[in-house]
Structures are given as structure tokens and as C-alpha cells.
Design a binder for this molecule. Structure first.
Ligand SMILES: [Zn+2]
Length: 405
């Protein structure tokens, strides 16, 4: 019944991208859609006519447009579409139920032991329960893990911090849940979220830097996440910053993360008396807020090291902008005492003006990022999401795949 002919490489992406755009940004005019997706107005008119005929899109109120006649806005007919996102950690699984527009319907956290012999079965049960209790159309499940993933589509995981090697996360979840499942490194999931809800709307090349338990970096180049040969790109926490530094959990020595990750900051804080034995990173933040000199010094030094390492990454990848987030940004005002000067000083003059944005952090953000793997597939012209992304787009259309090809 399709009256348009998708291009040979875009496949089902253009109609999906229109649906995804209306879902994630809300009602838009045809001209805005054409401009945002960089397709011709004629193509948008043709495809939206088809989507309207299929009751997927409807015409809404008119809005004034510059100089011409009022533009009709288009909106999604069905707004109950959404995804489930899950972030797997060393002691819990955080789960979020998200609508297409990014509205969080529910956020839960389940205790989880990744070292248990039946850990993957337990993960299947946890997510099976979330899938079973969701109302409305489910496009798929996204999973973020602190480790390397061979591809979003396949979902085989190597995550030393979870004790997982060659873990068949994607295949097991797909078999258990019966819905599309996309798996990726957790920092990459935050980069995916930025693509549809954040800086990715205005920039095609950017970095997402995370500070907290780990130090990580999601790399987006020309609109696509750069994964590396083994899915391990962006591990900037394991840039070596000292010859005689502490051993790192990764097996190397002197890594940035072993110096400025949460555990390292806390160890130093206890050694210097800023925090008592058995204290937490929250206690360290409290000490800094109380102007404890050692606590302030620890954060400032961490900022200096981070700024220097990040400058090297900027020179290597030349992004337009850097977003900084993660649990650690709660103490950013103290990190910043060392960060900005160090960052700018270590950049060559032509790159010294690169902006960085520190975003507020909420506990559901990792899981929201995982859901974004699914919600971002309508824009996946680069094919990151593979066959699972194709299945998600088919569900977004609610129509047999053959019709879309
Ligand atoms: Zn390391």
C-alpha cells in the first residue's frame, strides 16, 4: 500500500525518522521536518500523506509561519508508544519505562548480583516483569552495561566489573522477552540519549564524558556512535596518567580512573582525614561543602587531571562540543576549580574555545539512556542498531515489515 519509494540506502528510515521526530520533539510542520531530517519538502509531503492515511499521523492546529500562509502542524496519533531501558550495575538493575517523547512513566531498581550463576536468567526475569506490566505499545528494550559490547544488535558483553566475559545478554533477553532488544556500553547509551533529546539535536559530532564510579566517554561522529574495532572505544578512564600510579581494575597501571574515579577519591579522602573510615563519596562532598581543605584539594586535583586528559581527546577527535554528566557532576563546582583552567591550558589555541556543558544528573538517567537505544532507532540512518533497529521501526509503524521494504 506504500505509494513512496524509499531510497536504496535509507530503507525504512525516512518514514520512521518522521514518526520518531514527531514523537521525540512533538508536533512539527512539514517544513520543519524537511529541514531537520535534511530531506526534500516533496518527500516529506508524500510520506506524511501516507502516514496520515494509515492513521499514524494527524494534522493539528495551524501556526503562523514567517511571511507565508499558516503552517499546519503534524502530530502522532498514538502517543502510548515507548520503550523500557535498563542499566545493569554490580549490585542492582535500574529500570525505566519511557514514552516516545522521553517522559518517564516509571522508574524502579532491583537488587542484582552479576556474579551469581543464574545472573542472566535473573536479568531475564526482572525485565520480563517490566515488559509484562507495561501498558501501551512497546517498541523494544534497551540495556546499558559497564563494559564492551560487540554490537547493539548482537549484544554479547565483556564487562570485567560485572565478572562477565562473552555474556550472551542480547540473545538471552530476545529469546525470553520476545521483543527487540538493543544492548550497548552504558556511556554510549547516554550519547544516544543526547542525540535525540540533547546536544545531538544541534551538533553531529560531540563527546559525552562521564565522571563518577568510572570515567568514560561516548564518541559521536557525524551523527553515529563511534564504537571502535571491538566495541571498546571511548575508555578514556584508562588513559595512563602516571608511571607509578595505582593499579587499575582493568589490569593496567596508572589509569586516570584509578586516580580520579569515585573509589580513588574516597581512598585519598580517608587517607588525608577529610572523611572517616567507612565514609562515602557523599561524605566527601559534604566535607567539601564544609570547606574542608583536603576535600577541596582532592576535587581540584581531580579536575586538573581530567582537564588534561580531555584536552588530548579533543585534539584526537575534534568534536564540536563536550557534555559532562554522571553521578560525579553533583560535586562539579569543586571539580571545576581545577578543571577549566587545566582543560583550556592543555588545548592548542585554535581549539581552546570549545564549549563544554555540565548537565544536572538524576538517578534514572543511565536507564533513560538505555531506553534511548530503542527510541533513537528511527533516526538510525548509519545502521548502528542493525536488524533489531529494523524490528523496532517496524513496530513503530505497526505494520508488517514487507510493506516497508
Ligand atoms: Zn585502567
Amino acid at each position: 500500500m506504500t505509494s513512496y519509494t524509499p531510497g536504496p540506502t535509507r530503507g525504512d528510515v525516512v518514514p520512521s525518522a518522521i514518526l520518531g521526530l514527531l514523537g521525540t520533539r512533538g508536533p512539527s510542520s512539514r517544513a520543519d521536518i524537511a529541514r531537520t531530517l535534511n530531506v526534500s519538502p516533496a518527500t516529506v509531503t508524500q510520506i506524511t500523506k501516507e502516514l496520515i492515511a494509515r492513521d499514524l499521523v494527524e494534522e493539528l492546529d495551524s501556526v503562523p509561519s514567517q511571511g507565508g500562509r499558516p503552517a499546519r502542524l503534524l502530530g502522532l496519533v498514538r502517543s502510548a508508544s515507548g520503550a523500557i531501558g535498563a542499566k545493569v550495575t554490580a549490585d542492582h538493575v535500574a529500570i525505566v519505562d519511557v514514552q516516545l517523547d522521553g517522559t518517564v512513566q516509571a522508574f524502579t531498581s532491583e537488587p542484582f548480583d552479576p556474579a551469581a550463576p543464574d545472573a542472566l536468567d535473573r536479568l531475564c526475569r526482572i525485565l520480563g516483569s517490566a515488559v509484562g506490566s507495561r501498558a501501551g505499545q512497546l517498541l523494544g528494550v534497551g540495556v546499558g552495561v559497564p563494559g564492551s559490547v560487540d554490537s547493539q544488535d548482537s549484544g554479547v558483553v565483556d564487562a570485567p566489573t560485572l565478572g562477565w566475559g562473552d555474556a550472551q545478554v542480547g540473545p538471552m533477553l530476545r529469546a525470553a522477552l520476545g521483543v527487540p532488544v538493543l544492548v550497548d556500553n552504558d556511556v554510549n547509551t547516554l550519547a544516544a540519549a543526547e542525540r535525540i533529546y540533547g546536544v545531538g539535536r544541534d551538533h553531529s559530532s560531540y563527546l559525552v564524558l562521564t565522571v563518577g564510579r568510572g570515567i568514560g566517554c561516548g564518541i559521536v561522529i557525524n551523527g553515529a556512535i563511534y564504537r571502535g574495532a571491538n566495541g571498546g572505544a571511548g575508555e578514556i578512564g584508562h588513559i595512563s596518567v602516571s608511571d607509578d600510579g595505582p593499579d587499575c581494575a582493568c589490569g593496567a597501571q596508572g589509569c586516570l580512573e584509578a586516580r580520579i574515579g569515585d573509589a580513588a577519591l574516597l581512598t585519598e579522602a580517608i587517607a588525608r582525614g577529610a572523611v572517616g573510615k567507612g565514609g562515602t563519596t557523599a561524605d566527601l562532598l559534604d566535607a567539601a561543602l564544609a570547606n574542608n581543605v583536603a576535600a577541596l584539594d582532592i576535587y581540584r586535583n581531580a579536575g586538573v587531571l581530567l582537564g588534561r586528559a580531555l584536552a588530548g581527546v579533543i585534539h584526537t577527535l575534534d568534536p564540536e562540543v563536550v557534555v559532562i554528566l554522571g553521578e560525579g557532576v553533583n560535586a562539579w563546582s569543586f571539580w571545576e576549580q581545577g578543571f577549566e583552567q587545566s582543560f583550556r591550558r592543555h588545548l592548542m589555541p585554535s581549539r581552546r574555545g570549545i564549549p563544554f556543558i555540565v548537565e544536572p544528573w538524576t538517578e534514572d538517567q543511565w536507564a533513560l539512556g538505555a531506553a534511548s537505544l530503542v527510541l533513537g532507532t528511527p533516526f538510525d540512518a548509519s545502521g548502528n542498531a542493525g536488524e533489531q533497529g529494523h524490528l523496532v521501526r517496524a513496530r513503530l509503524h505497526s505494520t508488517p515489515i514487507e510493506v516497508l521494504l
